[in-house]
Design a protein around this ligand. Sequence first.
Ligand SMILES: [Zn+2]
Length: 166
Amino acid sequence: MLNLPTESECAERLKELVLDRGLRCKCNDTRGFYWKQNRACFECKNKGCKTTYYLKGLTRMKGSKLPFRIWLGAIYLYVINQNITATEMQEKLGHDTYSTIWQLLDKIKTLDIEISELQKKYVYDSETSLIPTYLMTLSYIDFMDPFFLKEPAEVQDYIWKWLAGF
Ligand SMILES: [Zn+2]
């Protein structure tokens, strides 16, 4: 299984990226937002407005019920292997429902123009990494797993930025 950040870590990082970008309410009030931890949303500080903006609604994950970490992991797995099947992805993500992961993978495939940037980054990194020769004899999955453990943390910002449309 893939070693993913927790859901709150994912939400926190995504929140930071949204704030970096500078969120502005439709009411044009400049007082900013309250962060509602339990609902993962921003609420406009203008008492006459109080519009809420959900993290997911601000990103390409809009309308999805899946956790942030599943999105992060699924895109990561797709970036490193575009031929991955929904079954393999389901196993790696430790998710219960095949049809959900199949739909997610299908959706990710339709959004893959920007993913090419992520792929370039990954290819570049793997070209410069030294792979111990003893690992070369293992099967593809076993060979990759020890290297994947740390990868999500290294590439997650790229993925989040992509998801948020930065
Ligand atoms: Zn407002």
